[in-house]
Design a protein around this ligand. Structure first.
Ligand code: ZN
Ligand code: ZN
Length: 606
């Protein structure tokens, strides 16, 4: 088996905390600090951080994607959300670190209760201005003092810290981007004028990639280049990237639209743009507090708000949409081959979770177009399927067993589009309860897919559509119904989402996921996920401009798990129509055996 994009090693070790926390404490003592905050963040508040920025794991052993450690002289805590309380308790040295569930005690409350009158240090590159405000309030209430550090004390004692990544930057072809960087910069200039801003700091590497039509290789699964942009209104943009990432050719191409500088030039470049009372937008979600300080030290005004590029990027243009359709046809064929393989294997010798991940990735590699997976595949059989953020390791790997459900959530990065799909598959004969729950999740999925709503409607307003069939049975699920998705960028992209917190209006051209689920702890998990495109809808006789969704993902939904008595005529007709579209799109791409399997898998409900 060739190496996969996904690794199955569990790098967690409580011994890491045992070794490293005393090193950090000694360094804090040398610097006269009584404590230090270590968030699971890099300079861009990235969801996935490079190894060089994975300070929380190095310090504590905890490998989850969110969490904050607070190290004081005689006490230390790691604050994690509900997804990670069990995992953290297994991964950290609990004699040194108290695992604190965030729902009960925030990092700020813990600090307030334990700091006393001491000096708490923080790295201003790893916190947003807003999160520093919250920290400062807590520290003040405790009677202590919050102090930014010039250099990170943890980095000072991290002896074998990996070097920051220098993945090669490539150009994202205009044909796939659908708009040249110069045209995007001109549109951004208009927005800066409208919002009365003198400039923008692009701190989100996804926005940087979109704006300059570049892609990078600094982080696993997301093709971004870590760096910054500074866009003065009316002036020439500055692109700050490590020169080691740029070939002469790429450097030359980018110099057409921007001045290229190394990241070490950030303070000087930003100071020059901000000087003289200029109003500079700092993205409140990804901009480090250090950026705010640089603007203010130069005599400028730091305007905390949303980076306008986030919304511009979310509205996909015609080229990006046609790329997404092409990516979904290619990916759908790979997923169909995988599901066919899975059905055959399940009938003879059910595979293990890791084997399933390897097989799926192999089918995607066979397309010849796979650049990466878009996130580590969630391959959960039986009770593992009920762990929403499950990632299989060599230790947790288990065989798929007859009578169980198998949940597989995966995605691919192709140059023309990013995919994200979940299918839940019956291994052997499912129980009546499993079929009932699956059908309710399906009904919720169909309700979103068929939704028609007036322009201006937010994701929060339709989130309940996906839950109603579960609510009617006294059930629910504890995650959002859908998230935005990038064009050969992040699998999680804002600002739009379908969730209780989704306040952004949905607009034509946005791509989201539609992924309701149901989880029975210790037993099984169910999720059905397709990506959907927001588009205009003509409603005959209607008065308002309306929107609806086109489903982009193309792969059969397991008919063996459907209790057809629970579906109404419109839901049946949606499913039959969807399956007809899957057959239409994929059958010509498949070899005869898989085509026969697909014909049965996409046949109309009886
Ligand atoms: Zn997914
Ligand atoms: Zn998703």
């Amino acid at each position: 088996m060739s190496a996969t994009f996904q690794s199955f090693d569990d790098l967690a070790s409580p011994a890491q905390g045992t070794r490293h926390i005393p090193l950090l404490r000694a360094e804090l003592l040398r610097r006269g600090l009584d404590g230090f905050v270590v968030p699971r963040a890099d300079e861009h508040q990235s969801e996935y951080v490079p190894a060089s920025a994975d300070r929380l794991t190095w310090l504590t052993g905890f490998t989850g994607s969110a969490g904050t450690a607070v190290i004081l002289r005689d006490a230390a805590a790691i604050v994690v959300d509900g997804r990670y309380t069990l995992q953290a308790a297994q991964q950290v040295d609990t004699s040194l670190l108290t695992v604190v569930p965030q729902a009960e005690t925030s990092a700020e409350s813990w600090i307030e209760a334990h700091l006393g009158t001491g000096v708490l240090g923080y790295d201003p590159w790893l916190h947003t201005a807003k999160s520093v405000d919250a920290l400062r309030r807590a520290v003040t209430r405790a009677g202590g003092r919050l102090e930014p550090v010039g250099t990170n004390p943890l980095d000072a004692v991290w002896a074998d810290r990996p070097a920051p990544p220098t993945g090669a930057v490539s150009l994202h072809p205009d044909a796939l981007a659908g708009e040249a960087a110069a045209a995007k910069l001109a549109r951004l200039g208009d927005t800066l004028r409208t919002e009365r801003l003198d400039g923008l700091v692009v701190s989100d590497p996804h926005n940087l990639a979109w704006l300059f039509n570049i892609r990078g290789a600094d982080i696993a699964h997301t093709p971004i280049a870590l760096g910054y942009g500074i866009v003065p209104r009316g002036g020439r943009p500055i692109l700050l990237l490590d020169p080691a990432k740029l070939s002469a050719e790429i450097g030359q191409a980018l110099s057409q639209v921007a001045d290229l500088r190394p990241p070490s030039g950030l303070a000087e470049a930003l100071g020059a743009v901000a000087a003289g009372g200029k109003r500079i937008r700092i993205d409140q979600a990804t901009g480090a507090e250090a950026l705010t300080r640089l603007v203010e030290e130069a005599g400028g005004f730091a305007d905390a708000g949303a980076d306008p590029l986030t919304l511009m990027k979310a509205r996909k243009n015609a080229a990006e949409i046609s790329g997404a359709r092409e990516a979904h046809r290619r990916d759908g064929a790979a997923v169909a081959r995988f599901l066919h393989w899975l059905d055959r294997a399940a009938a003879t010798r059910p595979p293990r979770e890791i084997e399933a991940v390897e097989a799926l990735e192999a089918f995607r590699r066979d397309t010849g177009a796979l650049r990466d997976i878009s996130f580590p595949t969630i391959s959960g059989s039986g009770p593992n399927g009920a762990v929403v953020h499950y990632r299989v390791t060599r230790q947790s790997d288990r065989a798929l067993r007859p009578g169980e459900l198998f949940l597989v959530d995966s995605g691919a990065q192709y140059q023309d589009g990013t995919t994200d799909i979940t299918r839940t598959v019956a291994i052997g004969e499912p129980s009546a309860e499993m079929r009932d729950r699956f059908t309710r999740v399906l009904k919720g999925h169909v309700a979103i897919a068929r939704a028609v709503f007036p322009r201006g409607t937010s994701g929060a307003q339709i989130d309940g559509f996906a839950r109603r069939p579960l609510w009617e049975a006294g059930l629910d699920f504890d995650h959002g119904t859908g998230h935005g998705i990038g064009s050969y960028l992040s699998v999680h992209e804002g600002p739009q989402r379908i969730s209780k917190l989704g306040g952004t209006a949905l607009e034509a051209g946005m791509i989201l996921s539609n992924e309701p689920g149901y989880y029975k702890t210790g037993a099984y998990g169910i999720r059905i996920e397709n990506l959907i495109l927001v588009e205009s809808r003509d409603v005959p006789g209607g008065e308002r401009p309306m929107l609806g969704f086109e489903t982009l993902t193309l792969a059969p939904i397991d008919r063996r798990l459907i209790d057809t008595r629970l579906l109404d005529a419109e839901e049946r007709s949606w499913l039959d129509g969807y399956h007809a579209a899957v057959w239409q799109a994929l059958s010509g791409l498949l070899e005869p055996e898989t085509r026969d399997w697909l014909a049965a898998a996409t046949a109309p409900l009886g």
